[in-house]
Design a protein around this ligand. Structure first.
Ligand SMILES: Cc1cc2nc3c(=O)[nH]c(=O)nc-3n(C[C@H](O)[C@H](O)[C@H](O)COP(=O)(O)OP(=O)(O)OC[C@H]3O[C@@H](n4cnc5c(N)ncnc54)[C@H](O)[C@@H]3O)c2cc1C
Length: 505
């Protein structure tokens, strides 16, 4: 009888469910064990909900920042020059209901697709069994069902894709009402009037920008010199400048030590109010954030965005011989193998590159490897990523940091969007296209786009990086006139000219 490979996947986010689809297509018998619903945090609490919220924020920003210049008349109100966002308002309860509806619908769609592919989906908590590897090489996975039953499954290969959860500071515990983790913001019915966002990484910056656009007065507490410390420094500078111009209070080199709820102030020193912002006036309806230098700031709500913790503690990893690093992330190689034979890991729990696309790729690669299919090891140098602020910041390939530390020998060019005809027509002033290319060959090795919808514009640079195209090839490819992508071709053209001049001198 033909042996059918049994695959058990713990965690049904992009790392898990994409792997399940591939394994089923390759003929394996696949079971996915998931605690919270297929799609994982990506679909239920992180990626999809935040981008749906940001979709509303984006409309608000586009309107606020361009209606005057583009000659739009608002029929039922005169804009307040000090607070133009208030020409239009946001019903946060309605926005959040839409966010949750879309997330649940997407989780449902994924469950249907996975089940249709023949995958068994179990709702419960999975962990590696203590019986280790059996003589036939198989492993045991235990499933703690919600009704208390414990089921034992045998698998020829196990994939762990359990993701991460928000990191909590001991003296800043989220309560879901005023002190919030990013997973809790979608239960708010009214817009926070004064929101303090702690943490200026991608998550903090995205939420700070979004709530500012929706009408909150936002203070962004950043422990570093500038926002987005992991991103291209020029891009981060543009964003911080935009944030400040829009009235956000960006506090650099400020570390939050404690966050607690306090009662409303009765004095007249309340911050500026917004007609759509949340009501308060009762006990514990304000928050107080104490910084490490002793300074205290107050607001109506505080959103904590101080990183994440991998969900790897109760999986029986140590007993199974699966090595983790000091942060609890599972160590994997480029084909997603862990240190234990037959056990693979994918996605955020490995800490390799915390993106849904990378999680999915790691999961698929694990299955190709486990099931003996052709496999290309993970290549992080072609990953495109995006920060969904306004403007967006999209990046691919080698970065400024790689070039400045000598990891990659490349020349770079930065072309501000200000000179782009389409940008002028659309009233876009902030942003640029940056390209990195090898000095001799002119091969494009990386790029950054800071623009509205940079997530769409980066694709041409991704194709160039992925296919070793030269700046000359990019420059000679037609772009639509007028278009923002014209700036990518123009940047390539300028680098090409510079290369020729360099060669001629
Ligand atoms: C606010 C925010 C916005 C983001 N936006 C984007 C974006 O726009 N684009 C992007 O590419 N990435 C984004 N990310 C990152 C993206 O969400 C993650 O990279 C992605 O979710 C990782 O997928 P995963 O499969 O590793 O884990 P997850 O999506 O976290 O899924 C893990 C699943 O495993 C389950 N699980 C955990 N432990 C167990 C257990 N013991 N047994 C059974 N099930 C278990 C969990 O319940 C969950 O369902 C964002 C992250 C955050 C925080």
């Amino acid at each position: 009888m033909e042996h059918v490979t049994r695959i058990v996947i713990i965690g049904g986010g992009p790392g898990g469910y994409e792997a399940a689809l591939v394994a089923a297509q390759l003929g394996a018998e696949v079971t996915v064990v998931d605690r919270d619903g297929l799609g994982g945090s990506a679909v239920l609490t992180d990626c999809v909900p935040s981008k749906t919220l940001i979709a509303t924020a984006e409309v608000m920003t586009t309107f606020d920042s361009s209606y005057e210049e583009l000659g739009i008349l608002v029929a039922d109100g005169t804009p307040d020059a000090a607070d133009p966002a208030r020409v239009v308002g946001v019903d946060l309860g309605k926005v959040n209901r839409r966010v949750k509806r879309l997330a649940i619908a997407q989780s449902h769609d994924i469950t249907q697709a996975v089940t249709r592919a023949g995958v068994t989906v179990l709702r419960g908590r999975g962990r590696l069994g203590s019986s280790g590897q059996a003589i036939d090489g198989s492993r045991e996975v235990l499933v703690d069902h919600t009704d208390g039953r414990v089921e034992s499954l045998r698998a020829d290969a196990v994939l762990i894709a359990t993701g991460v959860r928000p990191r909590e500071l001991p003296d800043a515990q989220p309560d879901g009402e005023r002190i919030l983790a990013w997973t809790q913001v979608y239960d708010l019915e009214e817009l926070p009037r004064e929101l303090i966002v702690v943490g200026s990484g991608v998550t903090g910056a995205e939420f700070a920008g979004a709530y500012q656009a929706l009408g909150s007065n936002v203070t962004l507490v950043s422990s570093r010199d500038r926002v987005l410390p992991g991103e291209d420094p020029d891009a981060a500078e543009v964003l911080e400048d935009v944030f400040r111009r829009r009235g956000m209070n960006v506090m650099s080199r400020s570390r939050a030590e404690t966050v607690k709820r306090v009662s409303a102030r009765t004095d007249a020193a309340e911050g500026p109010s917004s007609p759509k912002a949340g009501k308060e006036g009762g006990i514990g309806d304000r928050v107080e954030v104490t910084l490490s230098d002793g300074k205290v700031i107050t607001g109506t709500h505080c959103l904590m965005a101080v990183g994440s913790i991998p969900n790897t503690a109760d999986l029986g990893l140590e007993e199974a011989g699966v090595a983790v690093n000091d942060w609890g992330q599972i160590k994997v190689d480029r084909v997603s193998r862990t240190s234990a034979p037959g056990v693979y890991a994918a996605g955020d729990c490995t800490g390799v590159f915390m993106l849904a696309s990378v999680a999915a790729m790691q999961g698929r690669i694990a299955m190709y490897h486990a099931l003996g299919d052709a496999v290309q090891p993970l290549n992080l140098k072609t990953v495109a990523s995006n920060v969904f602020t306004d403007p967006e910041i999209a990046t691919v390939g080698y970065t400024h940091a790689d070039v400045s530390c000598g990891k990659m020998d490349a020349v770079e060019i930065k072309l501000p969007l200000r000179g782009n005809p389409r940008a002028k027509m659309q009233g876009i002033r902030d942003g640029f296209v940056k390209l990195f290319a090898r000095p001799g060959t002119g091969i494009v090795v990386g790029g950054v786009v800071v623009a509205p919808r940079a997530s769409e514009l980066i694709h041409s640079i991704s194709i160039a990086v992925d296919n070793n195209l030269t700046v000359e090839q990019v420059a000679n490819t037609f772009t639509v006139y007028p278009s923002l992508s014209g700036s990518t071709a123009e940047a390539a053209r300028q680098l090409h000219i510079r290369k020729r001049e360099g060669a001629g001198s």
